[in-house]
Ligand binder design. Structure first.
Ligand SMILES: [Zn+2]
Length: 307
């Protein structure tokens, strides 16, 4: 199927889902007529917005995770939201973003005389070392030449970890949307998650919901519900980012129930004790997008364990 056809297919699926939600008197059928909503910015788009026209924002197919990192899932987002993180996508390759990690990677610029070189800096707190890896393979000789005689070089670092974390949150949010549709995301508490995604360097949430298991919990990629501990009842989105060399990092990202205080949830998550045991459950393989009895299934499931 060509790109235009895939877009149209998704548009129709999203339309059907919005129609379903309109059976709820909370939503205004007239306002939501003929449109779909970008899951990130909540701007509305018509079927004609599938095509690019002049400078107008339009609908695009977004790969989640980014295609560059092995993502295959396709969602419709607007051009602006799709490109929110393009400059950080590549950062995901080398920033492990582990809370318990003793290794921190920052981007750096090495300056020697008039010459500048892009590099990745690795601070390893375990071995007390700093390592520079030049971004361009041919740069090492040039770099050595440029500081010869002067015997000095400077480096400037840029911490992009925060935006990288927000990028992971965006991936998890879009994967959960892909599974459960608008019924999950069109809840006021989720505005905080969207606000964080749209402002990657601001602190709207205390963290990005990323957790790492060392407890042997061996789950395939997918969306799960955390049943226990009760204070962390939430969706848990598992996905992997595959590097060009075939190795992968697996991430688990929390999305709380929209029935709870979302900001408070992420605050609590920052104090999560080490070694905490999770009990998680699968979701049934149902059509959450088109089956009217399942439109809010994810929220109902979480609320069941919250009681
Ligand atoms: Zn958008």
């Amino acid at each position: 199927m060509g790109k235009a056809k895939r877009k149209l297919h998704l548009f129709k699926l999203y339309r059907k889902n919005i129609e379903l939600l309109c059976e709820n008197p909370r939503y205004n059928r007239d306002v939501l007529k003929d449109i779909i909503i970008c899951p990130i910015c909540f701007h509305t788009f018509k079927e004609s917005d599938i095509k690019r026209s002049g400078d107008k924002n339009y609908l695009t197919i977004e790969h989640v995770p980014p295609q560059y990192l092995g993502g295959r899932t396709e969602v419709l987002t607007c051009y602006k939201c799709n490109n929110l993180f393009s400059e950080f996508d590549k950062e995901l390759v080398y920033v492990p973003h582990r809370q318990d990690s003793t290794v921190v990677n920052w981007r750096a610029k090495l300056k020697a005389g008039e010459d500048k070189f892009g590099a990745i800096t690795e601070f390893d707190f375990n071995t007390n070392t700093i390592k520079f890896t030049l971004s361009n393979n041919d740069d090492l000789t040039k770099f050595i030449e440029s500081f010869k005689g002067k015997n000095q070089f400077n480096f400037e670092v840029k911490d992009k970890t925060k935006a990288v974390g927000t990028n992971l949150l965006k991936i998890a949010y879009l994967l959960a949307f892909h599974k459960f549709g608008y019924g999950l995301i069109m809840q006021p508490q989720y505005n905080f998650i969207r606000a964080q995604i749209q402002s990657p360097y601001e602190t709207i949430l205390d963290n990005h919901g990323v957790v790492h298991f060392n407890d042997g919990l061996d789950l395939p990629d997918g969306v799960y519900v955390v049943k226990q501990p009760k204070e962390f009842v939430s969706l848990l989105v598992r996905f992997r980012l595959t590097k060009q060399d075939g190795t992968a990092n697996v991430y688990s990202v929390h999305l709380p129930s929209p029935a709870v205080d979302v900001v408070g949830f992420y605050k609590r998550l920052s104090t999560i004790p080490k070694g905490v045991k999770y009990v998680v459950a699968n979701f049934d393989d149902l059509d959450y997008w088109s089956d009217r009895t399942q439109a809010y299934a994810a929220i109902h499931e979480m609320n069941h364990y919250l009681q």
